[in-house]
Design a protein around this ligand. Structure first.
Ligand code: GDP
Ligand code: MG
Length: 691
C-alpha cells in the first residue's frame, strides 16, 4: 500500500503574520518559531502529514506582500512557486484583513497553480464581528476556502478537504480562475497571452496569463524570463504597446492601473461574502497604540522598555547566577579533594570547572534576556518599535525596518543578520548587517558582567548598560558614516503593517527561549570547552621546573614559561597602547573565536597554580584574582570591555555575514571592526591614564 501512496506537494504562502508557521506546525506537528514580524521565517521549512492514503508534503514559505520580488523573502517565495511548481498553494489569509490579503491571492491564482485558501485568524475575525461566508467567497474567486485557527489547530481537516477539492477541480469553475481586469485590459492581455503561448514548452513552465499581467506591470523579472525565446523582442514590443496604451488612457502608471483593478475585483468579492456583524467600538490595540505610537511618547517609551528589559535581566538574574557560582565552587572543592594534585586535577578544576563553569553561570541572564525579547516580539511591540525609531534612524541614514534585526542582535548576531533579509534595498541591508555586531550579544554579556562586577562592584549593572549604550551609539554613527561613504544612497521608503497586539502564547515563547538557551549550552559544552582545554594546555606546557621559588612566584614563573606566556609576550607590544599586559592580551585575542572564551581564558590564566589552595572557586574568586593583579585596573577593564564589544564578531557570525553579503563585505567588516576596536581601546586607555 505505502509504495503507492499519492504524494501532494503543498506550499504554504501568504502575507507575513497571517499565521503560516502556526498552521504549518498544526498540519505537521512541528514546533517552529512563530513570530509577529516578517523575516522570522527566513528559510523554507518542510514537513509532512498523511491522511486517507495521501502524503501531503508541506513547505512553509516566508511571508510576502506581492510576487514582485523586491526583497529576498519575496524572491525565495516566488522562485519556489515558479521553479518547484508545487501541486497546490495553500494561501494563508488573515481574515481580519481579508481584502489586503486577497491581493496576493490573486497573484497566486495567475500562476496557474491550484489554490486552497485558509481563512486563518477566524477567531479574531469573529470577535471583531467580521462574518465571512467561506462557501460564497470560494465560489466567487474559484478557490476552495476553509476557516482555520492556526494557533489552536482548528479547521485542519476542512483545510485538507479543500486541498483535495482543489486538486480534483471539483469546487473550481475554470472560467473564474483568473481575475477579470475589465474589458479594456483583458483586450490587451489576450494577444499577449496568445503570443506567449506560441511556445508550448515555455508556457508549460510559466503561466502565460501570469506572464502577460507581469509584462503589463513592467516587471523586470518577467522580461528576463522571455530572454531565451527567439520571439522575445516581438512579445516585449507588444507589451510596450499595451503599456503605452494603458498609461495614455488612464493617465497613470500601468502597474497602478492593474493593481486598482485587482482591488476593485477584491472589493466586489468581499461584498458578496463578508458581513460586518457589529461595528467594533473599542479596540484594545487602538487604545494601546494611541499611547505607544504617540509622536512624543513613542521614543521615550521605547527607551524605557529597553531599559526595563536590561534592568529586569540583571536584577532577577543575579540570584540564580550566585547559586550557580556556589554550585560550581562546591564542585571544584569536591574535585580538588577527590583528584590528587597534578595535571588531571588542574585540567578538571581550572579548565573545565573554572573556565567553562564561568560561562555556564551566565545562563540565567541569557534565559531572562531572551525571554523578555521574545515577549516583546510576540505581543507585537517590535513592529511598533520600528515606527517609534523610524525618525531617529532616518537621521543616521537607516529606517525603522532595521530596528528589529538590531534588537535581535542583543541576543545573537546570527539570526539578527539573517533577519535583515526583510530590508528592501541591498544597500540598507548591507549597512544593517555591518552594524549588527555592535549590538552587544549574549556571548559578550559574560565578559561585561565579569569585568564590571570585578572592577566596578558598586555600579556593575550601570556599567554593563553603558557598554550596551556605547554599542548602540557606535552602530548608529557607523551607519551614518557608511551611508555617507561606501554605501551612499537614499533610504528606500517602506510600508509596514502594524499587527494587532496579541497575548503571547506560552508555548511559543518557551520554545524560542529553549532554542536559544540550548544553542548557548551546546556552544559552552563543545566549542568553548574545547577552546578552554586548549588554552589550559598552552598555559601548562611546556612544564617549567620552578623549584626553590615560593608558591606564588613559582606559579607566575611557570605561566610565563608556558607556550601561552611566550605567545602573550610576543603579542604584548600590539596591546601596550590599550594597557593590556600579556595575560590580558591573550584573553582578548581568544575573543575572536567566540566571546565567551574571554571569560574562560581569564578563568584559566588567573587560577593556574591556585588549585593547591582550597579557596572557593567560581566567578567570585576569579573576580578577586582579577582585582589582585596589579596590571589590571578599572581603566584596563573598561578598555577590555570596549575592545570585546567592538572587535569582529565570533566565527559563526562572520560566516553568516559571508553567506548573506559575500566575502568582500565580510572582509570589510573585519578590517573596520578591528581598527575601530583597537583604536577605541587605545584612546580610552591613553586619555584615561592622563586624567
Ligand atoms: P506567519 O508570519 O504567517 O508565519 O505567522 P505566525 O504563524 O508566525 O503567526 C503570527 C502570530 O499570529 C503569532 O503570534 C501567532 O500566535 C498568531 N496566530 C497565528 N494564527 C492565529 C489564529 O488563527 N488566531 C489567532 N488569534 N492568532 C493566530
Ligand atoms: Mg512564519
Amino acid at each position: 500500500m505505502s509504495d503507492t501512496r499519492k504524494v501532494v506537494k503543498v506550499a504554504l504562502a501568504g502575507n507575513p503574520n497571517a499565521g503560516k508557521t502556526s498552521l504549518f506546525n498544526a498540519l505537521t506537528g512541528a514546533h517552529h518559531k512563530v513570530g509577529n514580524y516578517p523575516g522570522v521565517t527566513v528559510e523554507k521549512r518542510e514537513g509532512l502529514r498523511i491522511r486517507n492514503g495521501i502524503e501531503y508534503r508541506f513547505t512553509d514559505l516566508p511571508g510576502i506582500y506581492s510576487l514582485t520580488a523586491y526583497s529576498i523573502d519575496e524572491v525565495v517565495a516566488r522562485d519556489f512557486l515558479i521553479d518547484e511548481a508545487p501541486d497546490v498553494i495553500v494561501d494563508v489569509l488573515d481574515s481580519t484583513n481579508l481584502e489586503r490579503n486577497l491581493y496576493l491571492c490573486l497573484q497566486f491564482q495567475e500562476l496557474g497553480i491550484p489554490i486552497a485558501g485558509a481563512l486563518n485568524m477566524s477567531d479574531e475575525a469573529a470577535a471583531k464581528g467580521i462574518d465571512i461566508d467561506a462557501g460564497i467567497l470560494g465560489r466567487v474567486l474559484g478557490i476552495p476556502m476553509a476557516k482555520t485557527v492556526g494557533t489552536r489547530g482548528e479547521g485542519i481537516d476542512e483545510l485538507l478537504d479543500m486541498i483535495d477539492a482543489t486538486l480534483a477541480g471539483s469546487l473550481v469553475s475554470k472560467e473564474r480562475r483568473s481575475v477579470l481586469y475589465g474589458g479594456e485590459i483583458e483586450d490587451l492581455l489576450m494577444p499577449l497571452e496568445k503570443a506567449i503561448s506560441a511556445d508550448g514548452s515555455f508556457s508549460k513552465l510559466y503561466s502565460p496569463r501570469w506572464l502577460a499581467v507581469k509584462l503589463l506591470e513592467k516587471d523586470a523579472h518577467a522580461q528576463e524570463l522571455l530572454a531565451g525565446r527567439s520571439d522575445a523582442a516581438a512579445i516585449l514590443a507588444l507589451a510596450r504597446g499595451a503599456v503605452a496604451w494603458l498609461e495614455k488612457h488612464y493617465g497613470r502608471e500601468a502597474e497602478i492601473v492593474v493593481s486598482e483593478q485587482r482591488y476593485g475585483y477584491i472589493r466586489g468579492a468581499a461584498k458578496e461574502s463578508v458581513r460586518i456583524v457589529k461595528k467594533h467600538d473599542f479596540s484594545l490595540t487602538e487604545a494601546i497604540d494611541k499611547v505607544v505610537m504617540n509622536q512624543f511618547l513613542a521614543l521615550p517609551i521605547f527607551v524605557a522598555v529597553l531599559w526595563s528589559v536590561f534592568k529586569i535581566t540583571f536584577t532577577l538574574g543575579a540570584f540564580p547566577m550566585a547559586w550557580l557560582e556556589t554550585a560550581f565552587g562546591w564542585l571544584s572543592s569536591l574535585a580538588t579533594a577527590l583528584i590528587p594534585a597534578g595535571f588531571a586535577r588542574s585540567l578538571v578544576v581550572d579548565a573545565i570547572l573554572g573556565g567553562v563553569g564561568g560561562v555556564f553561570s551566565f545562563i540565567p541572564l541569557i534565559v531572562i534576556l531572551f525571554f523578555l525579547l521574545a515577549i516583546l516580539e510576540d505581543i507585537g511591540y517590535m513592529s511598533r518599535a520600528a515606527f517609534a525609531t523610524d525618525k531617529i534612524l532616518h537621521a543616521f541614514g537607516l529606517h525603522g525596518q532595521s530596528v528589529f534585526p538590531m534588537m535581535l542582535g542583543f541576543g545573537c548576531s546570527v539570526p539578527a543578520i539573517m533577519a535583515a533579509r526583510t530590508l528592501k534595498s541591498r544597500r540598507d541591508r548591507i549597512v544593517t548587517i555591518l552594524i549588527i555586531p555592535f549590538m552587544s550579544c549574549g556571548a559578550k554579556l559574560p565578559v561585561h558582567v565579569l569585568l564590571a562586577a570585578a572592577f566596578f562592584p558598586k555600579k556593575a549593572a550601570e556599567m554593563v548598560m553603558l557598554i550596551y549604550g556605547i554599542g548602540v551609539a557606535l552602530s548608529l554613527v557607523s551607519a551614518w558614516v557608511l551611508k555617507k561613504t561606501v554605501l551612499r544612497g537614499d533610504a528606500t521608503p517602506f510600508v509596514m503593517e502594524l499587527p494587532p497586539f496579541r497575548a503571547p502564547t506560552l508555548r511559543g515563547i518557551i520554545w524560542h527561549v529553549w532554542e536559544k538557551t540550548w544553542f548557548y549550552l551546546k556552544r559552552a559544552g563543545t566549542t568553548i570547552l574545547t577552546a578552554t582545554m586548549l588554552i589550559w594546555a598552552i598555559t601548562t606546557f611546556p612544564v617549567y621546573d620552578a623549584q626553590g621559588l615560593d608558591s606564588a612566584s613559582a606559579a607566575e614563573a611557570k605561566l610565563e614559561h608556558s607556550l601561552a606566556g611566550r605567545l602573550g609576550k610576543f603579542i604584548e607590544p600590539v596591546f601596550k597602547p590599550l594597557g593590556f599586559d600579556w595575560k590580558i592580551a591573550v584573553a582578548s585575542v581568544t575573543g575572536f573565536a567566540a566571546k565567551e572564551i574571554v571569560v574562560s581564558t581569564l578563568g584559566v590564566l588567573y587560577r593556574v597554580g591556585a588549585d593547591e589552595t582550597d579557596e572557593a572557586k567560581g566567578s567570585e574568586s576569579l573576580r578577586i584574582a582579577l582585582r589582585n593583579d596589579p596590571n589590571f585596573n578599572p581603566l584596563v577593564a573598561f578598555a577590555l570591555m570596549l575592545f570585546t564589544l567592538v572587535i569582529p564578531p565570533c566565527f559563526a557570525a562572520l560566516a553568516t555575514i559571508k553567506a548573506e553579503i559575500g566575502w568582500k563585505w565580510m572582509g570589510f567588516a573585519v578590517g573596520f571592526m578591528l581598527s575601530l576596536g583597537w583604536g577605541l581601546g587605545a584612546i580610552v586607555y591613553q586619555v584615561g591614564s592622563l586624567l
